[in-house]
Write a protein that binds this ligand. Structure first.
Ligand SMILES: Nc1ncnc2c1ncn2[C@@H]1O[C@H](COP(=O)(O)OP(=O)(O)OP(=O)(O)O)[C@@H](O)[C@H]1O
Ligand SMILES: [Mg+2]
Length: 412
């Protein structure tokens, strides 16, 4: 009888074999246990019958003993909740298999709920104690037979409960290990990814510096040397046009520096503010590419954090560079707004060829992945929708939407 309470949380109406399929008990003594169980079964059911007339008192007595033993009220509740009358009825049809499966499951469940193993074992012993007074009226010869049977089933139940604990810790260890290796893989992947993106940015910057500013400075040096020679030789008139050339080189180098600084982002916000910086960027994009950009701006919250400004700016750069490289679009619609001042929303829609979003290879789409990760870093989301040109009767193109939530602190 002593295991009923603990079996209470498992449904006795139906057999569950999944436990034994997923996990094999370590003990090879199952056959012996089954034999002991069968030998004790009849006497055990008699014990059940005797005690079932005092179920409520038994449970009350058991709860008292558990509290006295120092178990927390939550543990007492977890151990003693259940429909005992139903359980006792179910136990009459009990087989060794179901007895073992349910107790293993119970051990697992109690382990998962964080009840200490030592508490489960002592609760089990105390249930035995709580039952004992109700066996007092049995004639002493009978009593020996019944108590022996109950004790045999009891010790077996403890063994099986403990194996449920072991199973839980095996499985949770396996799950932990699997999660750990998943996290490790992702970390490795993302650090490799971050390094690659970082490297690419550095390379792009070095190319831009080299092409746009390096060339200009080399030419400038050449012109200044020629001017110096001209002046040495007293050829002031020849020096004049070279001077003009040099000045125009300096101007274009200054422009190039401006453009690079703008590409780098943040500094430009200090100078212009977020919206003006975005507008200037799109104006220059249109001038360079011939793609018309229309801006629809709804009300934006004040004091958008710098982290969010930079993320939106970068995502816009990524999206526009894709429009330019892949879309053959003529028009882009950029919408900026917010929802209840608690989520920033930016949408970039083009009327280009579109592409198959499902067929994207994440390995190769650095641009989109970088955009998505930027949003995720700020607990935001990036949604990509695209319809291929020609496949739809109406409309085609790509729409990128980024939603960035603003925390309570940021909204203030
Ligand atoms: N606006 C768009 N119109 C059409 N196709 C697009 C658009 N944006 C993205 N794509 C498609 O999605 C792919 C992935 O884009 P992503 O920005 O991730 O990589 P990429 O532009 O090819 O390379 P990278 O950005 O790393 O230089 C592109 O190669 C392109 O096929
Ligand atoms: Mg790209």
């Amino acid at each position: 009888m002593q295991h009923y309470g603990m079996v209470s949380k498992l449904s006795f109406g139906q057999e569950t074999h999944s436990t034994s399929r997923r996990w094999k008990p370590r003990s090879n003594g199952a056959a012996t246990e089954e034999k002991v169980f069968e030998e004790s079964r009849q006497a055990f059911l008699e014990v059940l019958k005797l005690i079932s007339t005092h179920t409520d008192d038994t449970i009350e007595g058991w709860k008292r003993l558990l509290r006295d033993a120092g178990l927390s009220s939550e543990e007492v509740h977890l151990l003693t909740e259940g429909d005992y009358r139903g359980i006792v009825r179910g136990l009459r049809r009990l087989t060794f298999q179901s007895f073992r499966n349910r107790l293993t499951q119970l051990g697992e469940e109690l382990a998962r709920r964080g009840v200490g193993l030592e508490h489960v074992i002592s609760a089990h012993t105390l249930l035995f104690e709580a039952c004992r007074p109700f066996l007092q009226d049995v004639p002493s010869e009978e009593k020996k037979r019944l108590i022996t049977a109950a004790a045999r089933v009891h010790s077996m139940a403890v063994r099986i409960l403990v194996s449920g604990y072991a199973k839980y810790s095996d499985e949770s260890k396996a799950t932990l290990m699997a999660n750990l290796s998943d996290v490790q893989q992702r970390l490795l992947g993302s650090s490799a990814y971050v390094t690659t993106v970082y490297e690419r940015e550095r390379r792009r910057l070095s190319h831009d510096l080299h092409d746009e500013i390096g060339h200009a400075l080399i030419m400038l040096k050449l012109y200044l040397e020629m001017i110096a020679m001209d002046l040495d030789r007293g050829k002031v008139r020849e020096a004049r046009p070279r001077m003009e050339e040099a000045l125009s080189l300096v101007s274009s180098a200054i422009d190039a520096v401006r453009r690079l600084v703008q590409d780098l982002g943040p500094a430009i916000f200090d100078e212009l503010g977020f919206l003006s910086a975005i507008k200037r960027y799109t104006r220059q994009f249109s001038a360079r590419t011939g793609i018309q950009v229309t801006i629809l701006e709804a009300e934006l919250p004040e004091n958008i954090p710098m982290s969010h400004q930079v993320a939106l700016y970068r995502i816009l750069q990524g999206a526009l560079s894709n429009v330019m490289k892949h879309s053959k679009a003529k028009n882009v619609k950029l919408s900026l707004g917010s929802m209840k001042s608690s989520v920033l929303i930016m949408r970039i829609e083009d009327d280009g060829t579109g592409f198959d979003v499902d067929a994207l290879s994440l390995r190769r789409s650095f641009g989109l992945t970088a955009m998505r990760e930027r949003a995720q870093t700020l607990r935001g989301k990036l949604h990509i929708q695209s319809s291929r040109a020609g496949l739809l009767t109406k409309g085609h193109g790509t729409r990128i939407e980024v939603d960035l939530p603003l925390g309570a602190a940021e909204r203030r």
